[in-house]
Design a protein around this ligand. Structure first.
Ligand code: NDP
Length: 458
């Protein structure tokens, strides 16, 4: 075997790359390096899940103050400082980034602050340092990047989630394109902090891919919270106005004047300029790196994990794929990560928790489907005029009784779905759910007390 500079070279120090390199080190993989061109922690920690959730917490306070009054508190005048929030958020992200760096160092992984691209099957070029290194095995974990359709005039006047975390001030008016996770979450982040928000979605109800009842419920809740959702249309032009604001032209001929235009119309694998062709790494039709069940690319010694492979684009999935890669390649235990029944959350207000099949998916895959669902006003809101409702739904195989999917919208849904995710993954039946005693008074107790099958006449 030829000598290489490294036994493993990882490109990208996000969730997947960091976990993979640390696990590989633990298995005694040898000399390992990880290259990062931006900041350690990747999308999730630096400009994704983590700062997003901090902003969600911040934006929920308006409703919390309203609720506090219903419980007898005199909240009085309050003021919000975007600047203070962003500074606090930045400090926390810096702390987390430091932890990532220390974890790598503690594992004996060499961290290289540079952009790395492939120059050959085993050769990596460090772009700014202008040198090449070689590695026996390479892992690509470079993630994704926001997609901006560049076919309309003025598209460059819009920002993406990357920039939304660093705005110098809170915009008074915001227009967001998209109806997915990011569009819905940011629409309510800005709305909760006091901006006037218009969400422009090309479909009829937000969150395509989620259960239809969840989509209807969330769509209504987003509107009820004060966001205006314009459906069945897209941007055709963005125009800069003399006063610094922008005018968004829509396909339905309307225009909207705004201070901030944000695109949240999906993300694409970040493969541009990575030199994949020089190493024999092929892409699929959507620009994602093709991998097998063990995350091996079309080049034998090159692997890829996380969003760059466009399987299930979630941080915990990238982490599991990274760990499975390390076990397969460096611990002699071939491990194919099982992508079924992955629970996930959307941090809308109220949030969504979802795991397993939607009703639509179940109807296509089993002969008989039973649905149990309920919608009610959470106890926390009963003293106030907050009209928000909770939705709970179980999708059950009518023949085997197995619970195929759980879908929740309402306060704490993300916390509940983690536990429901264990039950769905374990393949438990409706009777087994019912055998669990309720915890009272909670919203979650509905998961074990829904006794009536829903019928379409209701
Ligand atoms: P999504 O794929 O979830 O949503 C993209 C949205 O943009 C959809 O509503 C889509 O419409 C619309 N769209 C796509 N192309 C166009 C276009 N050319 N013109 C107009 N509209 C368009 O992407 P996001 O950017 O919201 O999020 C990316 C990924 O990040 C998610 O899939 C998720 O995996 C991850 N993520 C996870 C979060 C979480 O776990 N809480 C939070 C944030 C992101 P249509 O529905 O018609 O396709």
């Amino acid at each position: 075997m030829p000598d290489f500079d490294y036994d493993l070279f990882v490109i990208g120090a996000g969730s997947g790359g960091v976990r993979a390199s640390r696990m590989a080190a633990k298995y005694g993989a040898g000399k390992i390096a990880i290259a990062e061109e931006h900041r350690y922690g990747g999308t999730c920690v630096i400009r994704g899940c983590v700062p997003k959730k901090l902003l969600v917490y911040a934006s929920e306070f308006a409703k919390t103050f309203q609720l506090a009054e219903s419980f007898g508190w005199d909240v009085g005048e309050n003021e919000f400082s975007w600047e203070r929030l962003i500074a606090a958020k930045d400090k926390e992200i810096e702390r987390l980034e430091g932890i990532y760096g220390r974890l790598l160092a503690g594992s004996g992984v060499e961290a290289i602050d540079d952009r790395a691209v492939l120059e050959g099957p085993n050769t990596i070029r460090l772009v700014n340092q202008d040198r090449t290194v070689t590695a026996a095995k390479i892992l690509i974990a470079v993630g994704g990047t926001p997609f901006v359709p560049d076919d309309i005039p003025g598209h460059d006047l819009g920002i993406t989630s990357n920039e939304a975390f660093y705005l110098p001030e809170l915009p008074k008016r915001v227009v967001i394109a998209g109806g997915g996770y990011i569009a819905c979450e940011f629409a309510q982040i800005f709305n909760g902090m006091g901006s006037d928000v218009v969400q422009v979605y090309r479909g009829d109800e937000v969150l395509r891919g989620f259960d239809a009842d969840v989509r209807t419920h969330v769509h209504k809740e987003i509107e009820a919270s004060g966001v205006k959702i314009v459906t069945e249309t897209v941007f055709t032009k963005i125009e800069a106005l003399a006063d610094g604001s922008k005018r968004v032209h829509l396909k339905n001929s309307d225009t909207i004047d705004t201070d901030l235009v944000m695109y949240a119309v999906g993300r694409t694998p970040y493969t541009h300029g990575l030199g994949l062709d020089k190493a024999g790494v092929e892409l699929d039709g959507k620009g994602a790196i093709k991998v097998d069940a063990y995350s091996k690319t079309t080049a034998d010694h090159i692997y890829a994990v996380g969003d760059v492979t466009n399987r299930v684009n979630l941080t915990p999935v990238a982490i599991r794929e990274g760990a499975a890669f390390a076990a397969t390649v460096f611990n002699d235990t071939p491990t194919a990560y099982d992508h079924s029944d992955i629970a996930s959350a959307v941090f809308t207000q109220p949030p969504v928790g979802s795991v397993g099949m939607t009703e639509e998916e179940a109807r296509k895959s089993v002969a008989k489907v039973d649905i149990y669902k309920t919608s009610f006003r959470p106890m926390k809101y009963t003293l106030s005029d907050v009209g928000s409702r909770m939705l709970m739904k179980l999708v059950v195989d009518g023949e085997t009784e197995r619970v195929l999917g759980v879908h929740i919208v309402g306060p704490d849904a993300p916390e509940m779905i983690q536990l429901a995710g264990i039950a769905v993954k374990a393949g438990l039946t409706k009777s087994q759910y019912d055998a669990a005693c309720a915890v009272h008074p909670t919203s979650a107790e509905e998961l074990v007390t829904m006794s009536e099958k829903w019928s379409p006449d209701e």
